[in-house]
Design a binder for this molecule. Structure first.
Ligand SMILES: C[S@@+](CC[C@H](N)C(=O)[O-])C[C@H]1O[C@@H](n2cnc3c(N)ncnc32)[C@H](O)[C@@H]1O
Length: 239
């Protein structure tokens, strides 16, 4: 069995507390019923503020992709559900080389699960024929937008700019296609709104994006509503 590399160097452990979580611990933690319930709820958001190379986010994605497949009857519906699963996962990581690995690992997991899912949906068909290129392009857009380089404590990236996140607001289906609107906020504004109300139990979910009336004014950029599979090509308008 290949041994997991949990540290890169003693200096990095000292400087940024970089110790990666072993797979069996990740699995044990994600098996907790409260977490499983959120994984089974496709649009329920997860934010990992010290994401490393994605030990948690990649495994959550793998599990959510299974849920996406189970809730889909057609290849088109599976493409939408797979993108909803991916759009719900957010990460912040300070070290640039870790962010590169995080993005690569999320991309790889998405592709692996997507191809496996297509094969399970239509085993007699060639997976390359079933693959929707727009799903793959939109998956890349989601990962680039949702995996941020930055310091979760100062809420700034290494250029000194605010960390930005997009809400992928689901608008419902038309002619079988899921529609979405992308809204961009600073991480600072998201935290500010998410702090109210304070959850009553440790397991109660704080929604990453506050109800519309509270956060409306803090949208920095909004995009035209479009089909979820077309988000890679939507235009934005500054507020
Ligand atoms: C203990 S490791 C855990 C990584 C990953 N969550 C895992 O379980 O494998 C902590 C990670 O947080 C990053 N980090 C440290 N301080 C940070 C900060 N202020 N903001 C964002 N990331 C930070 C480190 O670079 C490191 O990758």
């Amino acid at each position: 069995m290949k041994e997991e590399q949990l540290i890169k160097s003693p200096d990095r452990v000292k400087d940024v507390g970089e110790v990666f979580t072993p797979k069996r611990i990740v699995e044990f933690m994600l098996d907790q019923p409260e977490i499983t319930a959120k994984i089974n709820d496709l649009p329920a958001t997860f934010l990992e503020p010290s994401a490393g190379e994605g030990a948690f986010l990649v495994e959550i994605l793998r599990r959510k992709m299974d849920v996406a497949l189970l809730s889909s009857h057609t290849v088109q519906e599976y493409g939408d559900n797979a993108l909803i699963a991916l759009s719900s996962l957010y990460g912040i990581e300070f070290m640039e080389d870790n962010v590169e690995m995080l993005v690569m690992n999320m991309n790889e997991q998405f592709l692996r699960s997507y191809y496996q899912g297509l094969h399970q949906l239509q085993p007699e068909e060639d997976v390359s024929e079933l693959t929707d290129g727009n799903v793959l392009k939109s998956a890349k857009t989601l990962i680039q937008a949702n995996m941020a380089q930055g310091n979760a404590l100062t809420q700034l990236d290494n250029q000194g700019n605010p960390i930005m996140f997009s809400e992928w607001k689901l608008l419902g289906k038309q002619h079988g296609f899921q529609y979405v609107q992308r809204l961009e906020y600073t991480f600072f504004a998201i935290i500010e709104h998410a702090q109210e109300p304070v959850p009553e139990t440790p397991y109660e979910e704080i929604s990453l994006f506050a109800p519309p009336e509270e956060k409306k004014s803090s949208v920095i950029r909004e995009y035209d509503p479009c089909r979820l599979v077309d988000i890679y090509q939507t235009q934005s308008k500054e507020r």
